[in-house]
Design a protein around this ligand. Structure first.
Ligand code: NAI
Length: 345
């Protein structure tokens, strides 16, 4: 029996993980708390921890988990910017779920965009109160507009396909443009200048943190709509607020927020909101915030549980090789062990 401490567990996580766990002799210890320096101890006696996007997996936490005998950090997310991967090297293996439903995220980005541009959220509230006025609900056609996509990986490519279905002109920026994709790649500055809508689908790294800042916003068209379903840290939220106040930004659709860790995924309705920046953004008539829910479809939850269980089995059974293992050297050194179908250390 493989024992796994499952941090930041939500009711919607349990059915799929219990199902795949029981089938494969894995026992999940579901913990409502997030993983951090104070809660790492709850993993004592476990072989692995299973974590999500707002768990803290820094050097101190990794050292503690290592001391308690934990051998594996299984992320149930694609992004891993919350894990000090170089520090884990040689101590604890790290695995992730590279794709669970890129459709879920791309479709949510479109849902946010349509809601915002066609004022569906306002219309919904109005008609519930029998207010059938159309005043203030004017949107714009997607057809013929230019959408700039930053990051053309799994999610970005699906988002592009959907946008093309609307008859939009797509331009894109990626550090590693996809060859023979038929996508028109342009430099980032040109994308910022030409786009009516900008959607972010690249990972959060040292290079991409605050890529949407005051300077970038200064280059954008007046009335631009910004969509972020990727990671909050891609946008300098203070600069975004200033851009909205200056009427430069026409609308913002945010599924992620840089300081979301203490707020998102929880019911805070009975609390005073300490984060004034988030309060101010939410109070804006042209900002829609969802609480990191882009991934939340039945298909995605099932895929996350199945892949995570397979990752855990790969690491603890046979020779330990797992295709979804992460290490800071992967693909960057000649003698990369993963490319030889071996565990990273
Ligand atoms: P992916 O790895 O398939 O694609 C990412 C793309 O970004 C790649 O083409 C890569 O070359 C590009 N990229 C890397 N660095 C870049 C840079 N500095 N500038 C421009 N492009 C750069 O990842 P995928 O699956 O498409 O996911 C994208 C992001 O979506 C993830 O990193 C994650 O943060 C976020 N995400 C959000 C979810 C949510 O529920 N809101 C759920 C899943 C992922």
């Amino acid at each position: 029996m493989i024992k796994v401490a499952f941090y930041d567990a939500k009711a919607y996580d349990r059915p799929s993980f219990e199902h795949y766990g029981e089938l494969n002799d894995i026992r999940f210890r579901f913990l409502e708390t997030k993983l951090n320096e104070d809660t790492a101890e709850l993993a004592r006696g476990c072989d692995a921890v299973c974590v999500f996007v707002n768990d803290t997996v820094n050097a101190e936490v990794i050292d503690r988990l290592y001391e308690y005998g934990v051998k594996l950090i299984a992320l149930r997310s694609a992004g891993y910017n919350n894990v000090d991967v170089p520090h884990a090297f040689g101590k604890i293996h790290v695995v992730h779920v590279p794709a669970y439903s890129p459709y879920a995220v791309a479709e949510h980005a479109i849902a946010l965009l349509l809601t915002s541009v066609r004022r569906i959220h306002k219309a919904y509230n109005r008609t519930r109160e029998f207010n059938f006025s159309l005043s203030g609900l004017t949107g714009f056609d997607f057809h013929g507009k230019t959408v700039g996509v930053v990051g053309t990986g799994k999610i970005g490519r699906i988002f592009i396909d959907i946008c093309r279905g609307f008859g939009m002109n797509v331009i894109a920026y990626d550090l590693f443009p996809a060859k023979d994709s038929g996508i028109e790649y342009v430099p980032l500055d040109e994308l910022l200048e030409r786009s009516d809508i900008i959607s972010l689908h690249c990972p959060l790294t040292d290079d991409t943190r605050h890529m949407i800042n005051a300077e970038a916003i200064g280059k954008m068209k007046k009335g631009v709509v910004i969509v972020n379903t990727s990671r909050g840290g891609l946008i300098d939220a203070e600069a975004l607020l200033e851009g909205i106040k200056a009427r430069k930004i026409g609308a913002a659709c945010l599924d992620v927020y840089e300081e979301e860790a203490d707020v998102f995924f929880e019911d805070r309705s009975g609390h005073i909101m300490d984060d004034e920046l988030l309060s101010r953004l939410i109070s804006m008539p042209n900002v829609i915030v969802t609480s990191h829910q882009a991934f939340l479809t039945e298909e995605a939850l099932n895929n996350i549980a199945e892949t995570t269980v397979n990752n855990i089995l790969s690491c603890f059974r046979n020779d330990g090789f797992c295709d979804n293992e992460l290490c800071y050297r992967c693909g960057k050194i000649e003698e990369c062990r993963k490319e030889r179908k071996q565990e990273c250390f």
